[in-house]
Design a protein around this ligand. Structure first.
Ligand SMILES: [Ca+2]
Ligand SMILES: [Ca+2]
Length: 368
């Protein structure tokens, strides 16, 4: 009996284990992309092209840079010599002293002790005030650095990232209120420090090589999903992107599709406005016609009164004829619209009036 109980227990535990494996499998399958945090102004997914799918700051592959399977879809692949992506427009970039965040997945296989750029934008000149900003690997330590360039203030992380594994690396600058810059690696903040207030930023950008490649080495390995935000992302937002892993961020509808929808909406709106205008015109015409008919009826009634006054009670039969026209229910024309009914009635009255006037004047010896 004890043996049977032990067997039952084992079977129950085995069943629970299978259930847990099944549940975790379902969870993994159900993992989907997350909505990008607010403030995303540029995003290079590296999925077969160098396009910025948010800000339109499309880049160009240089010196053999290519694509391989990455962290989220494909990634940019660099040879560590001269490969890089270059871009000449910075539409939407956080410039001046604006807060900013740069994020990317990287996989470095480099053994170089020289600094290697992940993302660099602005004007590159060591002799200028801090007019550029970058996220990079500090060659001497193999750790992530962020700052406004060339010893004008940088912050270094603590994780050795040249280990051939994917790491989610983030550099944040909070803005002139605090001048604090922060490093996050794999969802965890590793360092923060006050840096020099950034100067005016403009110009160009590069992935995988510094704007001025002289002081550093080329990036060797993969860079994937490079993002720029015009805000300092929170720790929770950074953690969420890290945890989304290979599911990544949800892509928005391509701009051309949005534009097509907008164009269609505009066409529909224009057609609707034209329809409304046409209906208003018809209402206006009917209103004018109605006023004209009312005036005609009033004129006829006035004339009838004048005739009655003029000739006394001798023309009672003629008055009755008019009343017959006004009130005769058989006058309705089958199938005619209300407007056409009025038109026919008015025409009949006018015709009758004209004939009677002549008749009246003729009978009384007057002139029409
Ligand atoms: Ca990608
Ligand atoms: Ca090359």
């Amino acid at each position: 009996m004890r043996h049977i109980n032990t067997m039952s227990k084992i079977l129950l535990e085995l069943g629970l284990a299978v259930l847990l494996v099944f549940i975790s499998g379902v969870y993994a399958m159900a993992q989907t992309c997350i909505q990008p945090p607010a403030g995303l102004v540029a995003w290079w997914p590296g999925d077969g092209n160098a396009n910025d799918i948010i800000g339109g700051n499309d880049g160009t592959l240089q010196n053999g840079a290519t694509f391989v399977s990455g962290k989220v879809g494909q990634a940019f692949s660099f040879d560590g010599v001269d490969d890089h992506i270059s871009g000449s427009t910075v539409a939407g970039f956080p410039l001046g002293v604006s807060p900013r965040t740069i994020t990317a997945w990287i996989k470095s296989t480099s053994t170089s002790t020289l600094d290697r750029n992940i993302f660099h934008y602005g004007v590159s000149n060591a002799n200028l005030p801090p007019t550029n900003f970058h996220l990079f690997i500090r060659g001497a330590t193999g750790r992530i650095g962020v700052g406004n360039g060339f010893d004008f203030g940088t912050v270094d992380g603590t994780t050795f990232v040249d280990d051939g594994n994917f790491h989610f690396v983030v550099g944040v600058y909070e803005g002139p209120g605090t001048n604090i810059a922060r490093i996050y690696v794999d969802g965890v903040q590793e360092a923060s420090a006050v840096i020099t207030t950034p100067g005016t930023l403009s110009g160009a950008w590069r992935i995988g090589q510094f704007l001025d490649p002289g002081p550093g080495a080329g990036f060797q390995g993969l860079i994937d999903e490079v993002d720029i935000y015009n805000v300092a992302l929170s720790a929770a937002e950074i953690q969420a992107i890290f945890e989304a892993g290979s599911a990544g961020k949800c892509k928005l509808a391509p701009p051309d599709q949005c534009q097509l929808q907008l164009d269609q909406c505009q066409q529909d709106l224009t057609a609707a406005e034209q329809e409304i205008q046409s209906l208003e015109n018809q209402v206006g015409a009917l209103t004018a016609q109605n006023a004209q008919l009312q005036q005609t009826v009033q004129d006829l009634q006035y004339q009838l009164t004048q005739f009655t006054t003029a000739v006394g009670s001798g023309l009672a039969s003629i008055q009755n004829d008019f009343r017959v026209v006004f009130h005769n229910p058989t006058f309705v024309v089958p199938g005619a619209t209300l407007v056409e009914q009025y038109q026919n009635l008015a025409t009949a009255i006018l015709n009758l009036n004209q004939g009677r006037k002549m008749g009246i004047y003729t009978n009384l010896g007057g002139k029409p």
